[in-house]
Design a protein around this ligand. Sequence first.
Ligand code: ARG
Length: 581
Amino acid sequence: MGILLKEKIQLNGEIMDYREEIARIISEAAEIEASEVMAAIGIPDDMAHGNFDFPCHRLAKTMRKPPAAIAEDLKSRIVLTQAFEEVKAEGPYLNFFINKAEYAESVLSMILGKGARYGESDDGSGKTVVIDYSSPNVTHEFHIGHLFSAVIGAAIYRIYDFLGYKTVGINYIGDWGTQFGKLLYAYSAWSSREKLEAGGLDELTRVYVKYHEEESNNPELKESARAWLVRLENGDAEAVELWKWFCKICLDKMEIIYKRLGITFDSYRGESYYEDKMQAVVDELFAKNLMEESEGAQIVNLEAYKMPPCLILRSDGGTLYPTRDIASAFDRKRTYDFYKSLYVTDMRQNLHFAQFFKVLELMGYDWAKDMRHIPYGVLSLENGPLQSRKGNTILLKDVFDEAARLILEVINEKNAELENKESVAEDVGVGAVVFGVLYTSRIKDLVFSWEKALNFDGETGPYVQYTHARATSVLSKGGLIIDGGMEVNFSKLTDPAAQELIKALDIYPSKIKEAAEKYEPFILARALVAIAQGYNKFYNVNIILTSDEDIKRARLALTKCVKDTLKSGLGLLGIKAPEKM
Ligand code: ARG
């Protein structure tokens, strides 16, 4: 079917672009530029109103008629090509109904041809996006507060990569600053080499907590901690050696979590790296007359921009968090010549980023406009298996272990014979947590609900993973080789459930782009749930493995598209897709 379509595929290797076609048709009927029409063409939520719509109020000014009259008028003048079944004037809208078999063909041949690469693009070719994510302070073990930055940042990284950008992931570890003075003092007072070797991070945490308890009764400890910090800053051999050791203990522990999350970085350049690169920043700020003295400290006054001053030097000459961020921004621009530079942290740092971006701008760097803070809200756990004991934070390790344990219970109930069930439980448990935090807009505070996140039926990770496993199983039972070269009778995919599903697949690439533009992985997560829901509905109302070969082939081809898209989309979110569950 569809000579026009085949011709198009042969001509430019591309499938029919319905929007372009609709824009052309309307522009001819209305005698306006196609480009003006293009941007206004939408996709109705409900397919009962067509596959595409055009709101006619756009033309009310030039055509000097009420939108509904314009719709009627255009409808009578429009000449449809065979790609369309019908155009209807409904209120102020023109609704376009496309030829269903041809729609199925255009979407499915694209996906069958691209497989797991469906949705990929080269939009970003030649452009580098630098993403600063996770970036924990290395004095303690990963707790749930660390989850958001890591998974949001890594998802944005993978999405940009998929869209053809060169991506650079930076773990700007907080391996410098006052906490190390405290830790060095605490170690020297209450620990030893043997104890630290034996206890590792638990031992470091023990003395760090003790330090804070003691400090409240004995303020002199502050002085001792300060003295250790100065030793470290001055490069004292013992202090430096211990500091390195503490960092390594902490980082090794973090790597275990990154592994479970499938997260990697291209650079671990942390705060300490900039220790000897800040003088240049300070000098430049003086030279550009941006520094002002305030109570002994050096600041950049930002009153004109309705912000408190940006602190550059403490009164004792020490540098600060913003000073280091300015130095690291120079380093990133020089090293990567980025198109965009992103920072994923919680929204309590909104002001910090606004301030230091402004300082860069005042220094005359126009690339400051390419930097973005990607803030997120607070994550907490709903009462459940892991209650936070007073004063204690909940460790990520425990959250993942618990999730995997609960999923294993479900597997033992439903499918006890499953091979590798521990590893499936790990993939689904960790995936459930990750999906749970990526399913809402990042700005919102999130109370993580165990029951919701681990549910196999809700809008969850396990639900999407389960749907993927279901599609995999249907395909293996179907026993056909399905790829771009197969013959499919697409007129067998015109029922409402198939068409709804095809639509969910069709808009998937635009959802990836939207997720990238808004730095919102949840848009992708929702697109995957929509595909999974569409498939389950399709599966429930249609017999896929029927004796009619034509129907079976067509339904299996659709199943294959679902499987590949779910797997690749989950992968972008950092979630594994087990073949069997
Ligand atoms: N280490 C900081 C924290 O834990 C986050 C660092 C974010 N990145 C940056 N370039 N400031 O709050």
